[in-house]
Ligand binder design. Structure first.
Ligand code: BES
Ligand code: ZN
Length: 861
C-alpha cells in the first residue's frame, strides 16, 4: 500500500466547508510535460461554519510554484493530499487565493485529472480528479461560477459554459452556472466538429457540436440525433430546458468510464459516440442513445442540482439512470427495455448484493469513492425511483419533481432533501421507504395463497413474508415498504383484476380479493415492481399458463424464464432430462407472430451460466462451472432440435432487407433472427453462420456470426479476415479481442486470452482494450472458473500489472472475484491465494486495496 493505512470517509462526519466561493478563475498554459495552471479563487467565510478556520484545499501530484493571498505571497508547503493556510494567515472576510502549479499530463496514465489521449488534452474530474489539476476544495458542495482561459497552439480549445473570446493560441470560456469542481472540463486538440442546433421551447438556439478526430465525422450522426431527441424529451416529459448557448460533446479513446456530464462539455468514451452500421452493433446504437441521453439529463439532475457529498451519489446517478431508462422506453419498446433492465439488475446488482461487496444505495463510509460507482448505486438507485413513482402515482411524481427542481436548483442536495420533496408534494410519510437507501441486501419475498369458496363468490388471499439476509456490517433488517403489483387471471385467461399495487409495510401481510367466481391464477410482481427475489412455489402448468396468457409482458417473460431456470437446475442437480413441455411452450411463444420480435428474442435467451451459479448457491448447492456449462449447452442443443423447423422459419422470415437501419423494430427482427441462429448453429455445423459472416453488411450480423463460429470451434479463417478488414479501427478490434475470449471453450479460455495478450495490438494501457480482453475472460464463466486455476492466475497477474498504471480500472475489474465464496474449497483456495497475492503487492493503490480487502473479508468461518 502506498498510504500506510487508508482512512475511511464517513457520512456521519459531514461538515460544511468553512468557505464559500464567489468566483473561480483558471488559466491553463498547456504543455504535455509541464502544464501551468494559474488559479484565482474568491473565498468568503461560510456562515454555516462560524468562527475562524484554516483554509484547507485538496491537491495531489502538484508542483506548487507560487501562492498568494490578496496579492501577497504566502509560504505554504503542500503535503501529500493538499495545502493548508492557517487561519491566522487569512484576512477577515472575503479574500482572493491565487496559486500557480505545474502538472505533467503526459505522465498521467490513471486518466484522472488532466491527461493526454491520442495527442489531445482532456480531463476527467469526477469524483476527485480536480485535485490533480490545482489546489481546490474538491468536494461537490462547494460550487462556483468558473472563468477559464486556455493557452495552447492546439486548434480547438474547449471548456465549460459559453465561449467568450478567442484568438491565436488562446480561448476563454465562461460558465455562469455555479458548479462543483468535479464538473470542470477542458479539451484541447486537433479535432473536427459535427454540428447541428436545437431550439429550446422558450426559443434559445443552442449550437450543438460533437468533436472527434478527422476521419470519424461520418460516425457521429446517431449520437447527434440521440442528443436532439433527449433534449426534446426532457422538455416534454420533465419540463426541463437546456441553459447555455452551446452544448459540446468530445469523443476520446482513453477513458475509464463510459461518459461524463461536465457542464456544457460532455466527454465520452469514443465507443459511446462513434457508430456506423458497418462498425457498431444494434446494442451499441441503443447504448449510445441511452448514454447520450443520460449525460444530457444530468444537466438538471446532477449539475443544476448536485450532491452535497459523495454518499449522496445515487441522488444524481440513480435518478438519471431512471430517467434514461424512461427515455429508452419512450424511444423503443417499454416492455423489452424493462426486461433488459431487470436482466442487468439481476446479473450485476443482485450479484453484488449477495456477495462481499454489498452496500446500501447510500453507503455510510468509503475508502475510495471511485469504488462506489456500482450497480447498487446506479441500478438499484434507479429502481428506488421507480418504486417511489409507483407509490405516489404519475401525477404525484411529476409534482414532486417540479418541487425538487424549484426548491433545490443551484444547490447541493441530499437524499433527505429528495424524500422531503416527495413528502411535501404528496403528503406521504416516507420514513419507512428511506430504508431502501440505508439498508443493503435484496429482500426475499415469500408468497402463500389461500382460496375460500363462498356464497357471494370466493375469497382469494395472498400472504407475503419479507426477509432480507444480512450483509457486511448490517445484520438486522427491519421490514421495508414494498410495492407489489399484482393482477389476477381467470383460468380461461381473462384478466379479472387488472394491475393493482399492493403496499406491503409489515414483515408478514395478507391481501384479500373477495367476490371471485373461481380461484384465480395470480400474476405477482408485475413489471418487476420492486427489486426483490420472489420465492414462490408454482406448478409447471401455472407457469406455462402465464407464459401463454399473462397480460403483463414482463411477467409473461418471467414465467418462461423461471421455467427455463428450473429445467436447467433439475438437469444440473438431478441429472434430469430436458423438458419437452417446456420446449413446446417456448415454441408456441416464439412462433406467435403477434408478439414483438425483440420480445421473442428475449424469451429465447437462456439464463446465463453466472445466473445459474447464483441460483444454485442461493439454494445451497455448490455450483460446478463445467457442469453448468455442459448442461446449458445440452439444453440449447436439445431446444435447437426440438424447435428446428420453427427456428429455420424464423431465421428466414426475420431477414431484414438492406439498407441497415438501427431503429428498434429492425433491431428486434435481427435480435430474433440471431437468437434463432445461436440455436441452429449447434446443429447445422456452422453453415448458416459462415454464410451470414460472408454476406453481412453490418456489424450486428458479422459479430454474431463470428461468435457462432467460435462457439462451434470453427472460424479461424473468419477471425483472421475480420482482423484484416478492421485492423485500423480500434473499436472494432476491441470486439475482435473480446469475441475470441468470451466464446472460447472453457478449458481454452485462459490460453486464448494469454495468446491474445501477446498480440501487438493488445494496448493494455487503454481501458477499452484491457476490458475487451480481461472483461471477456471474467465473463466466460466456465473459462474463468476452470479448475486448472489458469484464468485466476492470469487475471490476477494482469490486475497487478495494471494497478500502478490505472488504479481505478484495476479496482473495478477486481470485482470479477466477488462471487468467490459460492464455489468449492479448491476454487476458493485458488482465488484466496490470488486475492492475497494482489493485496500484498508493494505500493498497491488504495483503490484496489479497498476492493480486494472487502472481497477477502467474505471468507466464511
Ligand atoms: N458521472 C458518471 C461518470 C463517472 C463515473 C465519473 C464514475 C466518475 C466516476 C456518468 O454520468 C455515468 O454515470 N456514466 C456511466 C454511463 C451511464 C449511462 C450509466 C458510465 O460511465 O459507465
Ligand atoms: Zn451518470
Amino acid at each position: 500500500m502506498k498510504d500506510s493505512t487508508p482512512q475511511p470517509t464517513r457520512l456521519a462526519d459531514y461538515q460544511p466547508y468553512p468557505f464559500r466561493i464567489e468566483k473561480t478563475d483558471l488559466t491553463f498554459r498547456l504543455d504535455p510535460k509541464a502544464t501551468r495552471v494559474l488559479s484565482r479563487i474568491r473565498f468568503h467565510p461560510n456562515p454555516a461554519r462560524p468562527g475562524r478556520h484554516d483554509l484547507r484545499m485538496d491537491g495531489e501530484r502538484l508542483r506548487l510554484i507560487a501562492a498568494r493571498i490578496d496579492g501577497a505571497p504566502v509560504t505554504a508547503r503542500p503535503d501529500e493530499t493538499g495545502l493548508t493556510i492557517p487561519a491566522d494567515a487569512l484576512p477577515d472576510g472575503a479574500f482572493d487565493f491565487e496559486a500557480e502549479v505545474e502538472i505533467d499530463p503526459s505522465a498521467n496514465t490513471a486518466l484522472e485529472g488532466l491527461y493526454m489521449s491520442g495527442g489531445m488534452y482532456c480531463t476527467q474530474c469526477e469524483a476527485e480528479g480536480f485535485r490533480r489539476i490545482t489546489f481546490y476544495p474538491d468536494r461537490p458542495d462547494v460550487m462556483a461560477p468558473f472563468h477559464v482561459r486556455i493557452e495552447s497552439d492546439m486548434p480547438v480549445l474547449l471548456s465549460n459554459g459559453n465561449p467568450v473570446a478567442q484568438g491565436e493560441g488562446w480561448a476563454e470560456w465562461d460558465d455562469p452556472w455555479p458548479k462543483p469542481s468535479y464538473l470542470f472540463a477542458l479539451v484541447a486538440g486537433d479535432l473536427v466538429a459535427v454540428r447541428d442546433s436545437f431550439t429550446t421551447r422558450s426559443g434559445r438556439k443552442v449550437d450543438l457540436a460533437i468533436w472527434v478526430r478527422a476521419g470519424d465525422e461520418d460516425r457521429c450522426a446517431y449520437a447527434m440525433d440521440s442528443l436532439k431527441r433527449a433534449m426534446k424529451w426532457d422538455e416534454d416529459v420533465y419540463g426541463r430546458e437546456y441553459d447555455l448557448d452551446v452544448f459540446n460533446i468530445v469523443a476520446v479513446d482513453d477513458f475509464n468510464m463510459g461518459a461524463m456530464e461536465n457542464k456544457g462539455l460532455n466527454i465520452f468514451n469514443s465507443k459511446l459516440v462513434l457508430a456506423s452500421p458497418e462498425t457498431a452493433t444494434d446494442a451499441d446504437f441503443e447504448r449510445i442513445e441511452s448514454v447520450i441521453a443520460h449525460e444530457y439529463f444530468h444537466n438538471w439532475t446532477g449539475n443544476r442540482i448536485t450532491c452535497r457529498d459523495w454518499f449522496q451519489l445515487c441522488l444524481k446517478e440513480g435518478l438519471t439512470v431512471f430517467r434514461d431508462q424512461e427515455f429508452t422506453k419512450d424511444m423503443r419498446s417499454a416492455p423489452v427495455k424493462r426486461i433488459e433492465d431487470v436482466l442487468m439488475l439481476r446479473a450485476r446488482q443482485f450479484r453484488e448484493d449477495m456477495g462481499p461487496l454489498a452496500h446500501p444505495v447510500r453507503p455510510e463510509s468509503y475508502i475510495e469513492i471511485n469504488n462506489f460507482y456500482t450497480a447498487t448505486v446506479y441500478e438499484k438507485g434507479a429502481e428506488l425511483i421507480g418504486m417511489l413513482k409507483l407509490l405516489v402515482g404519475d401525477e404525484g411524481y411529476r409534482r414532486a419533481l417540479d418541487l425538487y427542481f424549484e426548491r433545490h436548483d443551484g444547490q447541493a442536495a441530499t437524499i433527505e432533501d429528495w424524500l422531503k420533496v416527495f413528502e411535501d408534494a404528496t403528503g406521504r410519510d416516507l420514513a419507512q421507504f428511506k430504508r431502501w437507501y440505508t439498508d443493503a441486501g435484496t429482500p426475499r419475498l415469500k408468497v402463500e395463497e389461500d382460496w375460500q369458496p363462498g356464497d357471494q363468490g370466493g375469497t382469494y388471499t395472498l400472504t407475503f413474508t419479507q426477509h432480507t439476509p444480512p450483509t457486511p456490517g448490517q445484520d438486522e433488517k427491519p421490514p421495508r415498504v414494498i410495492p407489489i403489483a399484482v393482477g389476477l387471471l381467470n383460468p380461461n385467461g381473462d384478466e379479472i383484476l387488472p394491475t393493482t399495487v399492493l403496499e406491503m409495510t409489515e414483515e408478514r401481510q395478507s391481501f384479500s380479493f373477495p367476490g371471485l367466481a373461481t380461484r384465480p391464477v395470480p400474476s405477482i410482481l408485475r413489471g418487476f415492481s420492486a427489486p426483490v427475489v420472489l420465492e414462490r412455489e408454482s406448478s409447471f402448468d401455472e407457469r406455462t399458463f402465464l407464459l401463454a396468457h399473462d397480460t403483463d409482458p414482463f411477467n409473461r417473460w418471467e414465467a418462461g424464464r423461471s421455467l427455463a431456470r428450473d429445467v436447467l437446475l433439475s438437469m444440473i442437480r438431478d441429472d434430469a432430462a430436458p423438458s419437452e413441455p417446456h420446449a413446446q411452450a417456448l415454441a408456441r411463444l416464439v412462433t406467435d407472430d403477434t408478439l414483438d420480435p425483440a420480445f421473442r428474442a428475449l424469451c429465447l435467451r437462456l439464463p446465463s451460466e453466472d445466473d445459474l451459479a447464483q441460483a444454485l448457491a442461493d439454494a445451497g448447492t455448490t455450483p460446478e462451472p463445467e457442469r453448468i456449462h455442459t448442461v446449458r449447452e445440452g439444453l440449447a442443443t436439445y431446444l435447437a432440435r426440438q424447435l428446428q423447423k420453427d427456428l429455420v422459419r424464423i431465421y428466414e422470415e426475420m431477414e431484414t432487407p438492406p439498407p441497415y437501419s438501427p431503429d428498434a423494430a429492425s433491431a428486434g427482427r435481427r435480435a430474433l433472427r440471431l437468437a434463432a441462429l445461436g440455436y441452429l448453429n449447434r446443429i447445422d455445423h456452422g453453415a448458416r453462420a459462415a454464410s451470414l459472416f460472408a454476406s453481412a453488411d453490418n456489424m450486428t450480423e458479422s459479430a454474431a456470426a463470428l461468435a457462432c463460429l467460435i462457439d462451434g470451434g470453427r472460424g479461424a479463417r473468419e477471425i483472421a479476415a475480420f482482423y484484416e478488414r478492421w485492423k485500423d479501427n480500434r473499436l472494432v478490434i476491441d470486439k475482435w479481442f473480446a469475441l475470441q475470449v468470451a466464446h472460447a471453450q472453457p478449458d481454452m479460455a485462459a490460453q486464448v486470452a494469454a495468446r491474445l495478450a501477446e498480440h501487438p495490438d493488445f494496448e493494455w494501457k487503454n481501458p477499452n482494450r484491457f476490458r475487451a480482453l480481461m472483461g471477456a475472460l471474467a465473463a466466460n464463466h466456465a473459462g474463468f472458473h476452470h479448475i486448472s486455476g489458469a484464468a485466476y492466475r492470469f487475471y490476477a497477474d494482469w490486475l497487478i500489472r495494471l494497478d500502478p498504471v490505472n488504479p481505478q480500472t484495476t479496482a473495478r475489474m477486481s470485482a470479477a472475484f466477488e462471487t468467490w465464496t459460492r464455489y468449492d474449497a479448491e476454487r476458493r483456495a485458488m482465488i484466496r491465494a490470488e486475492l492475497g497475492r494482489i493485496r500484498q503487492t508493494p505500493d498497491l493503490s488504495r483503490d484496489t486495496f479497498e476492493m480486494v480487502s472487502r472481497i477477502l473479508a467474505a471468507e466464511k468461518a
